[in-house]
Design a protein around this ligand. Sequence first.
Ligand SMILES: NC(=O)c1ccc[n+]([C@@H]2O[C@H](COP(=O)([O-])OP(=O)(O)OC[C@H]3O[C@@H](n4cnc5c(N)ncnc54)[C@H](O)[C@@H]3O)[C@@H](O)[C@H]2O)c1
Ligand SMILES: [Zn+2]
Length: 351
Amino acid sequence: MVMDEALCRAQPNLVNLVLAYFKRHNDCLKLVCDPMQFEGGERTKNSYFHVSEIHSKVEMHHIDRHSYVIAVGGGALLDMVGLASSTAHRGVRHVRIPSTTLSQADSGVGVKNGINAFGKKNFIGAFTPPFAVINDFDLLSSLSDRDKRNGYIEAVKVALIRDHEFYDWIEAEAEALAAFSPEPMRRLIHRCAELHINHIATSGDPFEFGSARPLDFGHWAAHKLEQLSEYRIRHGEAVAIGIALDVVYARRTGHLTAGTVDRILTLIESLGFELFANELLHEDESGALQVITGLEEFREHLGGDLTITLLRELGQGFEVHEMNLPLVIESIYELRGRQAGREQSVIPARA
Ligand SMILES: NC(=O)c1ccc[n+]([C@@H]2O[C@H](COP(=O)([O-])OP(=O)(O)OC[C@H]3O[C@@H](n4cnc5c(N)ncnc54)[C@H](O)[C@@H]3O)[C@@H](O)[C@H]2O)c1
Ligand SMILES: [Zn+2]
């Protein structure tokens, strides 16, 4: 078993519960060594070190393809352990027990594993479906508000491109979700995970041989922002900004109405996300915005034509193969203006 250190710290009895479980079932289950604990979060994906530690344990304890590597943690730790288990012996069985809203709603139920390299997200990775995924809502109780919230944006994302009714539901429950009310959180995770699994199972391209990755709506800028911020901006926070950018852009290209865009931005804000980060305006030596190179990096990760998902209306994504850069830049400045307006409106008026 490989567990997220922060989770074990926040829930100190968890390791004992795991050990007791294996002891109780020792007629059919054997835990080869105490659970390994690794730092979670993006840092776990920023080196090869943990992957090789897991490989050496697999070798040392004679884990074979009929054995299991079980990961308990956030999306980052699951991505890293998934890479280790899918490459040892060309793939030992991997069970995921996601412990964040985002990983229960999205990454944990998917087929992608990986770590970052050369400053690029998920550069080293493998498509390997997990043997099983166990979503236990109780694990989320110790999450920070920030990480409870982060998974919401993947639900907004998939609702926007696939499911208008789900979008309306998120909007109706926004206040309760912002207050982390358990029942709506549970329903959001369930529906979001279901939509992701349906896509993987029925889209006809689970391993992304084509050039499109519709579930990565809002992600071209997001991945670049994570990198530009040296991962201070979490994945969910970056996706919120990436979606905001792409819907403002879609209004500027005439695909979305102003009313729809404002509705989407208001929902994202009311869930507690920011719509702008200074990293959007970071420039390279020639004065060009660095975030724009995220488009080419996004294309290169899959190969083929650049394919970006945009929205035609709520619940309906469509694909484009080029982006009008001046309009992308105008959209960035518009988000900065909106953010400045919000900051202004919370400054109390002088007497
Ligand atoms: N493989 C995929 O398909 C896919 C999809 C979406 C996102 N991702 C990846 O997932 C990662 C983001 O995952 P995330 O949002 O789950 O964040 P995370 O894994 O970075 O976890 C956030 C923080 O919470 C801690 N933590 C985890 N569970 C906890 C708990 N129950 N109590 C207290 N602390 C806990 C972690 O140690 C970490 O510090 C990114 O690397 C992103 O690229 C992968
Ligand atoms: Zn994502």
